[in-house]
Design a protein around this ligand. Structure first.
Ligand SMILES: NC(=O)c1ccc[n+]([C@@H]2O[C@H](COP(=O)([O-])OP(=O)(O)OC[C@H]3O[C@@H](n4cnc5c(N)ncnc54)[C@H](OP(=O)(O)O)[C@@H]3O)[C@@H](O)[C@H]2O)c1
Length: 254
């Protein structure tokens, strides 16, 4: 039956930034669909762990700072998931940071940090995961891109460059790894209510200007991502390679 295509029983997912925001919603959705979940973050994912264990799924918390992690450490993260949970079927590259400043004043350390977390770590985690998935005969990689994978944004040059890079990498890796049964796709969220956008929501004029431009008439919420995440993690998306699915209330269609 069609709904069975979306079931993830017996699968193992690694979600970066699963402790809060969009990553937390993604991790819980995958667990609700049947997957066991490993979480990577700096802070302890206590709330996510409680919910996922409450669903009867296994949960592994991995502490890692993607700003400082070497490629070998990222490989070690993937090896630990396989050692402790038995396999790795799904990688959600969600962890990300944003640093806002005018391009004329943008500092090198902010540029390097944003590119490191949002793009370099995403690539090398994908590489480590894909090596396991090739051996298993397939897998699912879901990158969290952004509306700023397509637009310029305001005061976020490094973020925009990184998210354009995420879109490009999604295509490049999909191209290379489709033959191994690995589906590499991305989700481009619009403006969502998380810590990432707290400064925008705290500025009444900016909040209103953004809201007025969203056809759906509201900001997005983390749970708005759940259906697409499960679809891209499941057999339902087996013929999707290199797609970037906007979940943005229509923002990019405007
Ligand atoms: N919110 C939006 O409107 C929006 C729109 C488009 C795209 N996105 C993207 O969606 C993703 C999730 O964003 P969000 O809105 O959920 O943001 P958020 O609430 O700020 O959460 C960011 C997540 O990334 C993790 N993270 C950040 N730096 C890290 C590091 N150095 N090492 C390990 N983990 C790190 C955080 O873990 P710790 O708590 O441990 O730091 C946290 O779980 C990001 O890639 C973001 O760019 C968000």
């Amino acid at each position: 039956m069609i709904l069975d295509l979306f079931r993830l029983d017996g699968r193992v997912a690694l979600v970066t930034g699963a402790n809060r925001g969009l990553g937390q919603a993604a991790a819980i959705a995958l667990a609700e669909a049947g997957a066991d979940v490993a979480s990577l973050s700096r802070q302890e994912p206590r709330e996510t762990e409680a919910v996922i264990r409450g669903l009867g799924r296994r949960f592994l918390a991995l502490q890692c700072d993607l700003l400082a992690a070497s490629v070998e450490e990222l490989q070690g993260i993937v090896e630990r998931v396989v050692r402790e949970l038995g396999r790795l079927d799904i990688l959600v590259n969600n962890a990300g940071i944003i640093r806002r400043a005018p391009a004329l004043e943008y500092r090198e350390e902010d540029w390097d940090a944003v590119l490191q977390v949002n793009l370099k770590a995403l690539f090398f985690l994908s590489q480590a995961a894909a090596r396991v998935m090739v051996g298993q005969g397939g897998g699912k990689i879901i990158n969290i891109a952004s509306a700023l994978s397509f637009q310029g944004g305001i005061l976020v040059p490094a973020y925009t460059a990184a998210k354009h890079g995420v879109a490009g990498l999604t295509h490049a890796l999909a191209n290379e790894w489709a033959k191994h049964g690995i589906n590499v796709n991305a989700i481009a969220p619009g403006y969502m209510e998380t810590d990432n956008t707290a400064p925008l929501r705290a500025d009444p004029a900016r909040f209103r200007a953004i809201l007025d431009r969203i056809p759906a008439g509201r900001w997005g919420r983390p749970e708005d991502l759940r259906g697409v995440v499960v679809c891209l993690a499941s057999r339902a998306s087996d013929y999707m390679h290199g797609a970037i699915v906007a979940v943005d209330g229509g923002w990019l269609s405007r």
